[in-house]
Every structure is written in C-alpha cells, then in structure tokens.
Design a protein around this ligand. Structure first.
Ligand SMILES: Cc1cc2nc3c(=O)[nH]c(=O)nc-3n(C[C@H](O)[C@H](O)[C@H](O)COP(=O)(O)OP(=O)(O)OC[C@H]3O[C@@H](n4cnc5c(N)ncnc54)[C@H](O)[C@@H]3O)c2cc1C
Length: 416
C-alpha cells in the first residue's frame, strides 16, 4: 500500500499511546514533542526498565555491564516533556473501535496507537533450563554475562548477527566458544556464500570452533553442565548454550485486534496499519519499502528509528515516509561490519579493498546497479553506497573496484 501524497489526511490525535517501551517508543516520543505535539503521550512497556537500546546487549554491555549510553529516555526528560511512562505493565488488548488499550488493572484511552512490541527470541523445541540462554533483554544480557567467565565453555546455536556478536564478546571475556550453524557459512541468508565465508574466517581466526552445516540434535542438561549433540553426531560439552536463531515478531495484540498481519504487522512506509489511527514500527512491522518493491520486516536499529519517526509524523498529518535504504551494523572482534540496501539475489559481487585484510566494501550488483553493500571497516564507503542504491546509479564493476574513484562523486552522477 504505497502512498505518494505529501500530506496525510486525518485529525491530529489528542492522546497517543505507544505499546512497547523500546527503541521505537523513545524515538516516536521524541519526534512527537519535537514536532510540537502537545497532547498526551503514554508509553506502556512490559519490561521494568526505562527504554534502552539493544545493540550493546551483545557487545559492550554484555562484556562490561556498563550502562553508559544504554538508556534512550530519562525520567527527567519524560517529566519535563510530559511523557507518561508505565513500565512493567504488559498491554493485554487493544480495541481500536473504542480507542482503548487494556492492561491488567486499567484501561487507557487513546485516539492513536503505535504498536512497537518488537519480538521474542525463537527457542529450540523442548530445550530449556538454567544453562540455556536467549538474548533480547537487558535481564538476558545480565544473566548471560554471569556465565561468561574465563575458561567457561559456551555453545552458540546459530551464526546470525546476534550469535556471532555473542561469540565475539564471549571470546573477549576468555570463554571457549563453539558455534553450531545449520547452513554452510555464517549469515548465508543475508550475505550469500562468499561474504558468509569471510565472516566464518573471522570467527576461526579468533579461536572459535565453527561447526557448519549441522543442526542441534539433542541438548542434555545436568548439574555439571550441558551436552549438545549435533546432527552430525558430534558431542559438545559446555557450561552454557546461547540459542540465537532469530525472533518471532510480537504480533499477538494486532492479530487479536483484527489488524492485517503477514510475518509482521503489515504497514505502509508511514507505519500505518490496516486500521485507521493504529500504527506499527520496528521489529514487529512488515513495512512497504519502495526500494524493495514490497513489504519487508527488518530487525535493525536504524529501520526502527526511521519507521517510528515516519509513524509519529503521520500521526500529526505530516508526510515523512521511510524510503531510505535499509542499513545496519554489527561489531565482531574489533571489526565494524555494515550492510546497506536489500538484495535477495544478485548478478555479481564486486569487492573494493581486501577481503583477506578484512578491509573492504562488497557491492551486490543487479541489472547494472548496486542493490546492497556489505563492508568491513568501511563506513564511508557504505554511506556513499547508500546514495548509489537509492538513486539507482548505473555502475561498472571496474569503476567500483577502483580505489581512486570517489564513490560520493559517482553517486552524484546524473541518472538517465
Ligand atoms: C542483542 C541485540 C543486538 C542488536 N544489535 C544490533 C546492531 O548491532 N545493529 C542493528 O542495526 N540492530 C541491532 N539490534 C536490533 C535492534 O535493537 C532492534 O531492531 C530494535 O531494538 C527494535 O526496536 P523496537 O522498538 O521495534 O523493539 P524493542 O526495542 O525490542 O522494544 C519492544 C518492547 O516492547 C515490549 N513489549 C512487547 N510486548 C508488549 C506488550 N504486550 N505490552 C507492553 N510492552 C510490550 C518489549 O518488552 C520491549 O521492551 C540488536 C538487537 C538485539 C536483541
């Protein structure tokens, strides 16, 4: 449901409720107040914490427990801006017709709602216990940090971004790490085999035992530890297991309210759901994106920021759709990795820089234009590549490879 008009019809709401006190909630509240909205804003969150950012949970915060820069809103800011926070208060239901949001002990009136409930980690069927971890919340990170002591043995199930970052942080804390990944390289689904192999080398160079192409057959927990048996018959003894096999979007409230859901809550590029005055953003939302040419659900900090900003603007009748290329980063073993754009298939991958030195930008080309990039230690190239992607600039592999070519200048070239 793409939208092209400059303004968004509708009446400015007087009471806005945000369900979920995470990344989107903080950004939406800030945007609403910055735009001069002087009505009621309530943020209702299931967790007891003030809104905080999750990227440090698998990186600095997991390693050190340092809360510097972790929180997105302070109590002082909320008091000053008259933003009401209700924490430790899961929302149980949403009735768009009557404009009410139901809690265990209260009902809150709202004439616009932003659903920003994120997601819950997937688990392995039948696998649970005190030595089994997932990582989504600050409490999860605190619990996991306690077991990441020098000499401890950790099995990470899944070499996606969260699993890879946990492995890197665990190595930094002197932990022995085995990763078990079902596919033949880490991050295969996002990066393909070639770039996935680069990530695999990074793990191995940093002392991780990487078991590829195998799934977890059985997990047996005892008082002294846990044993993971892989589909290939390998038995791995460990002190703890981290299951990092993705999340399920927390769509339950939307489903119950009759809102269209397909993988995530289906929204347009303004964050509008199938019901008037109900918006969704962040990991829970499957958003229309013009560069994708359809709906996509991402689990990125930047997408959460941009779509919640778009939704806050839309609530006020302003059009600021999320149309920029998707972008995210990951920090692993002191290497900064970044990805921009969206590509599920491509004609070729062109590498600028050196894969072996882990200092490169890889361009995913399709139809003579860059659709996505994956880079190590090349934030500047990624910034320029975002321009190439959004403008659809025709490019040749030789030009992209040439380190003397200024990518920003290339991005500014006229597009026929
Ligand atoms: C460990 C980790 C590391 C990450 N690292 C990166 C990274 O390096 N780069 C990157 O781009 N992205 C990263 N991300 C992803 C990024 O943090 C998310 O995309 C972002 O947090 C999404 O924001 P959100 O507001 O949609 O959800 P969240 O920030 O998850 O907030 C959702 C909140 O809603 C609450 N909630 C759920 N249901 C209810 C309910 N019924 N009632 C009330 N509250 C409810 C939840 O408890 C949660 O607090 C990482 C995520 C994790 C978990």
């Amino acid at each position: 449901m793409p939208t092209e008009e400059a303004g968004i019809p509708g009446t400015t709401p007087s009471d806005i409720v945000v369900i979920g006190a995470g990344q989107c909630a903080a950004v939406a509240a800030r945007t609403l107040r910055r735009r001069g909205f002087d009505g009621g804003i309530q943020i209702i969150g299931a967790e007891p914490d003030l809104p905080y950012q999750r990227p440090p949970l698998s990186k600095e915060y997991l390693e050190t427990g340092d809360t510097d820069g972790l929180f997105l809103l302070t109590e002082e800011w909320c008091a000053d801006k008259d933003v009401q926070l209700r924490l430790g208060a899961p929302v149980l239901g949403l009735d768009p017709a009557s404009g009410s949001v139901r809690l265990a002990d209260d009902e809150v009136r709202a004439d616009a709602v932003l659903i920003a409930t994120g997601g819950r980690p997937r688990t392995l069927p039948g696998v649970g216990g005190s030595r089994i971890h997932t990582l989504r919340t600050r409490a999860d990170a605190d619990r996991l940090r306690d077991v990441l002591v020098p000499g401890a043995r950790l099995v990470v199930v899944g070499a996606g971004f969260i699993g890879s970052e946990v492995a890197a942080t665990a190595r930094a804390r002197g932990v022995d790490v085995v990763i078990v990944e079902a596919l033949d390289t880490p991050l295969r689904r996002v990066l393909g085999a070639e770039m996935g192999a680069v990530c695999g080398s990074l793990h191995r160079e940093n002392g991780v035992d990487l078991v590829l192409g195998e799934t977890v057959g059985a997990v047996t927990e005892g008082s002294a530890g846990v044993t993971v048996t892989t589909s290939g018959g390998r038995r791995i003894d460990a002190d703890a297991v981290v299951v990092g096999i993705g999340i399920e979007p927390a769509t339950g409230l939307a489903v119950d309210a009759g809102i269209t859901v397909a993988d995530g809550i289906v929204v347009d590029e303004h964050g509008r759901t199938s019901l008037p005055n109900v918006f969704a953003a962040g990991d829970v939302a499957s958003h229309f994106h013009p560069l994708v040419g359809g709906h996509v659900r991402t689990e990125h900090f930047d997408s959460a920021n941009r779509l919640s900003t778009a939704a806050a603007n839309a609530m006020l009748g302003r059009s600021q759709p999320f149309v920029d290329p998707h972008w995210f980063w990951s920090d692993q073993y002191d290497v900064n990795l970044q990805y921009a754009g969206h590509a599920t298939s491509w004609d070729e991958i062109v590498v600028r820089g050196s894969l072996s030195d882990v200092d490169f930008c890889a361009f995913f080309l399709s139809g003579g234009a860059v659709r996505a990039v994956f880079a190590a230690e090349r934030g500047g190239d990624v910034l320029a590549a975002k321009e190439l992607i959004s403008r659809g600039v025709p490019v040749s592999p030789d030009v992209l490879k040439d380190e003397d070519v200024d990518l920003f200048e290339l991005a500014m070239e006229e597009v026929a």
